[in-house]
Design a protein. Structure first.
Length: 405
């Protein structure tokens, strides 16, 4: 390659990086002028948008909606809660428009206060779709859902973890904007800001204080990724000083993945707070203790909006093979339990969590296998509703879990 062309490529890279930096500096200024948290107790109605997504998504979200409508039936009658089904977030439509979120769909989403969302397809190399941005990433950015919250509970093994993953920064935020500077040399960008780190870390410590947890653990790779992860960790320890009753410590991501399977140490952990990429990886590992990603839900929380979703994919193969009815709705239903807690119905959220534990981990009268060898998603939800209706639900849960709720 000639020296002249080399200079041209550097100039092109500078221009590319300059545009990214300009947009992120504007975002940085906005972060420093944030609005206050929404108060759900003052809303009537609280509008819950149900977004099916792709593949098995519409099927499992409709089952989750059925469960939530049963639990919230009195509030629906009072006009306090309203459900709206939102169409249009399919990969076919997104690909046709070459947009992560179609404009009309985004408009409907923004009319809601919280979303219950099924999985969406993100195109990868070799797929028949254009390289549109992840719908999840786009929604998180559009609604500024900065906190991804994922609980993992296996009471019989002493596991009661909750993960606070920063949702709008790190390598995912700039994932579509990397650059192949010359053939064979590609660069991506990692973004961490102090205000972005501060709000997720405060949320984790506030949760610990509110729920009586005694330990908050930051997970980074700050020994190697010194500038960005270093800023996250420095912010963590600065904020920890405001919570003297809570133990604050930090671990590196590689050793933490090992400690989660260390039966002698893993029950010591309670609340985790992590940058985006590490949080994505470790929460999938943690979900395996609860029965896999098919059983784990997640919350995506901002000050104005919140989204609750399954953490697994859209399972296109199940659809192609005609097995949609055998998809497990547990993950999105667990997300529904988190939704109930978030909008001010913790007693209903706890009831749903206990029923899911009984049906999915302990009693297992029906098991969803993803095939005709097991129950359908609808049959499992019927079993779940029957369990929720049991007046002895809490006693039954205590008999299995070995402790009180």
């Amino acid at each position: 390659m000639s020296e002249v062309k080399f200079k041209d490529e550097i100039e092109r890279a500078k221009e590319h990086f300059g545009k990214i930096l300009e947009s992120q500096l504007k975002r940085f200024e906005r972060l420093k002028k944030e609005e206050e948290w929404i108060d759900y107790s003052k809303l009537k109605p609280i509008i819950i948008g149900v977004v099916g997504g792709d593949g098995i998504g519409p099927y499992i979200t409709s089952e989750a909606q059925r469960v939530l409508e049963y639990l919230l039936k009195d509030e629906i009658k009072k006009g306090k809660i309203e459900f709206r089904v939102i169409e249009g977030l399919t990969i076919e439509r997104r690909a046709q428009l070459n947009k992560a979120i179609p404009d009309d769909t985004l408009e409907e989403i923004k009319k809601c206060h919280v979303l219950l969302k099924g999985p969406t397809t993100t195109p990868k190399a070799g797929d028949p779709w254009p390289n549109v941005e992840s719908a999840n990433v786009a929604i998180r950015k559009e609604l500024d859902l900065f906190a991804n919250v994922r609980p993992v509970r296996v009471p019989s093994e002493g596991i009661d973890w909750i993960f606070f993953r920063e949702n709008t920064e790190d390598v995912y935020a700039l994932g579509p904007y990397g650059l192949e500077v010359v053939s064979g040399l590609a660069i991506d960008f990692k973004l961490i800001t102090e205000p972005g780190s501060e709000r997720i870390i405060k949320l984790a410590f506030d949760y610990a204080r509110k729920t009586g947890k005694k330990r908050v653990t930051a997970v980074t790779k700050a020994n190697v990724v010194k500038t960005t992860d270093g800023l996250f960790l420095k912010t963590f320890y600065r904020i920890a000083k405001d919570y003297p009753e809570i133990t604050a410590d930090d671990w590196f991501i590689d050793i933490m993945t090992a400690k989660l399977i260390d039966t002698k140490r893993r029950t010591d952990f309670q609340v985790f707070v992590l940058p985006n990429l590490y949080g994505d990886i470790i929460t999938d590992e943690a979900a395996e203790f609860q029965g896999g990603v098919g059983t784990a839900g997640s919350a995506n929380i901002g000050k104005r909006y919140a989204m609750f979703e399954a953490i697994h994919g859209s399972a296109p193969r199940m659809v192609q093979e005609g097995r949609t009815q055998y998809a497990d709705p547990s993950s999105v239903i667990r997300a529904g339990a988190m939704l109930l807690n978030h909008i001010g119905y913790p007693e209903l959220g706890n009831k749903l969590e206990m029923a899911l534990d009984i049906c999915g981990q302990y009693e297992k009268k029906l098991v969803v296998t993803g095939r005709s060898t097991g129950a359908t998603g609808r049959e499992f939800c019927d079993y779940l509703l029957e369990t929720i209706s049991d007046p002895n639900l809490e006693k039954k849960w205590e008999s299995y879990a070995g402790k009180k709720a």
